[in-house]
Design a protein. Structure first.
Length: 430
């Protein structure tokens, strides 16, 4: 148990301590109690209280009650970037405030220039600008913090965490050719022929005639792979009622799609992939959630936004109202990395109301090199491995995003499918 002295208590301080120390801490304003304590303790104030203490000088962020631009300058500490510097402390920066700033996504509550989809662009972030987006920086700080505290309290250990790898799949389009609207089938068939895409023309003909399996139907392959390596995979299904814009899913009334959902739900977790149309429409959102709930005959409590359409604070309250308990959208759609500089689950802190919510956020690191960056296969695999190793180092939760329609046997994707299978075998095999 860790004792933390602070002259002031606040919801922000309690929240970040609970997140970092898994509730294995006590915050006190009793100076005498702190002085007499002989176990691991932190003085979170600007005055020295006892000889054998680790001191962190507060920046003040955790005691504020508003949201405002923060003056941030990064520096190097033990080979890591850090900010909110104060060299008088045993740890030369306000680790608690810095961690809160990153995990609460404080910068996303401030005005920003969105990307083409209206999302928070990774180029706005402190992590990208200071070259630590590829690191679970908060947990790396904690490892250094543990070493520092052990100089005075050898028995101290951070709360035990366990590394986990969780593959997740966004099922935006379950089938390439089958069960699509008639106009799409007809248009696609003749478009491929007239534009000289004879491989696609032949492929679609073979699928329609029953000589070939639909290329996007990779569900048996993924099921076998996840069961073989005992992976607790999660599947997010897009169930928009109207085909519009980027919502191009197979219609929820299609029996083939319902059978895939039922089969998947019997072996793995399934969640809703809220459509683009549902982003600001709670009625549409609830309808899609209810549709999935009716299929699987159980409440739907996990979600990831389609196209990662998420803004803070607008999106999360809608999901909470709709009954979502665990959310998996926190990452970037344009680059791999750690959006909150943290590779584990945490509860969303509502800065507007200064309260901790029951919505559990699960950040992902993505497999974006496959979809956006179009790196050579070997470069993508090396990057995935580096991210995997980083999360394993801090004993965090590693969640990757994959899609059934990019892990196919089609010529443009077969090498990516092989790479993914090799990656799983090398990292998850016995």
């Amino acid at each position: 148990m860790l004792l933390i002295y602070s002259q002031i208590t606040s919801p922000r301080l309690a929240y970040i301590c609970a997140t970092l120390f898994n509730n294995e801490f006590v915050v006190t304003q009793n100076k005498i109690l702190f002085q007499n304590c002989t176990t691991a303790k932190i003085n979170y104030s600007d005055e020295t209280i006892s000889e054998k203490e680790l001191q962190i000088i507060p920046k003040g962020l955790l005691f504020e009650k508003n949201i405002q631009q923060q003056v941030i300058e990064c520096f190097e500490w033990n080979g890591l970037k850090a900010f909110f510097e104060n060299k008088k402390g045993t740890i030369p920066f306000d680790l608690f405030s810095a961690a809160f700033y990153l995990i609460s996504r404080y910068e996303e509550w401030l005005p920003f220039a969105p990307d083409q989809y209206g999302r928070y662009a990774h180029t706005n972030s402190l992590a990208f600008k200071n070259d630590f987006l590829h690191l679970p920086l908060v947990q790396l700080w904690l490892l250094e913090f543990e070493k520092k505290l052990q100089l005075s309290y050898q028995e101290y250990r951070l709360p035990v965490t366990t590394f986990s790898f969780v593959p997740s799949y966004d099922i935006d389009v379950a089938f390439c050719y089958l069960h699509q609207p008639f106009f799409k089938k007809l248009f696609g068939f003749y478009r491929d022929l007239l534009t000289g895409k004879f491989d696609k023309f032949v492929e679609s003909g073979n699928v329609y005639s029953g000589y070939q399996k639909d290329p996007f139907d990779q569900f048996e392959f993924l099921e076998a792979l996840n069961l073989q390596y005992h992976l607790h995979a999660i599947y997010f299904f897009l169930l928009a009622d109207k085909r519009k814009g980027v919502d191009k899913n197979i219609h929820p009334t299609k029996k083939a799609l319902q059978e895939i959902i039922l089969r998947t739900a019997s072996k793995f977790k399934v969640g809703i992939h809220p459509s683009w149309q549902s982003g600001e429409d709670k009625t549409t959102l609830k309808k899609e959630i209810n549709t999935l709930s009716e299929f699987i005959q159980q409440p739907v409590e996990i979600s990831r936004q389609h196209y990662l359409k998420m803004t803070i604070p607008e999106t999360y309250p809608l999901l909470i109202e709709a009954g979502i308990k665990k959310e998996y959208t926190l990452g970037y759609g344009t680059i791999n990395g750690f959006r909150a500089s943290y590779a584990d689950a945490f509860y969303w802190y509502d800065l507007k109301n200064e309260t901790v919510t029951d919505l559990e956020i699960h950040p992902f690191w993505d497999a974006n090199s496959i979809f956006e960056l179009r790196q050579p296969v070997y470069e993508a695999k090396n990057e995935l491995q580096e991210l995997f190793d980083q999360v394993k180092k801090v004993q965090g939760e590693m969640i990757g995003i994959f899609h059934n329609h990019f892990l196919t046997d089609q010529p443009e994707w077969i090498e990516w499918k092989k790479m993914y299978e090799e990656f799983i075998k090398e990292n998850c095999g016995a």
